[in-house]
Design a protein around this ligand. Structure first.
Ligand SMILES: [Zn+2]
Length: 146
């Protein structure tokens, strides 16, 4: 829940910044005055306006990419950036048996993110493996596995 709330707040912050940029574009390039009761659309007619819209579109796409990219690199529990990427698997057995993947771990041990590096049948989604509480595991070992 906290993970998705953080994602939504980050997306809302990006949208607010983009809205300010949009208002800035409108302030710099105001609507042209009506001439002889004709009001022509600016988008395909005015090169400056069209270029500004295309640049704004690229800014939107870039911001969305950054928001998603940053979110995919975070721990699902504590939202910290995942650390210590380790390559697992084998390129020699890349098809089915042991495909190569990149694993990153939360610095506080909440879980591991597994990013597949080989996409045989399309883009494989990253997999999150939550770790249990390490203290209960240690207590279990200390008590003889009971
Ligand atoms: Zn964590």
């Amino acid at each position: 829940m906290r993970y998705w709330a953080y994602f939504l707040s980050k997306a809302a912050a990006a949208a607010a910044v983009l809205w300010l940029v949009w208002k800035g574009i409108y302030a710099v390039m105001p609507e042209p005055e009506t001439f002889l009761y004709m009001r022509v659309s600016r988008f395909p007619q005015d090169l400056g306006w069209t270029s500004a819209l295309l640049g704004f579109w690229l800014l939107i796409v870039g911001a969305a990419y950054l928001v998603v990219w940053d979110q995919r690199r975070r721990c699902r529990t504590c939202l910290r950036l995942l650390r210590m990427p380790v390559e697992r698997g084998s390129w020699g057995l890349a098809t089915l048996l042991n495909p190569p993947r990149l694993e990153s771990i939360c610095p506080y041990g909440h879980g591991t993110m597994e990013l597949p590096e080989v996409h045989v049948t399309g883009a494989a989604p990253p997999q999150w493996h939550a770790h249990g509480n390490m203290w209960t595991e240690l207590e279990k070992r200390d008590s003889g596995g009971k």
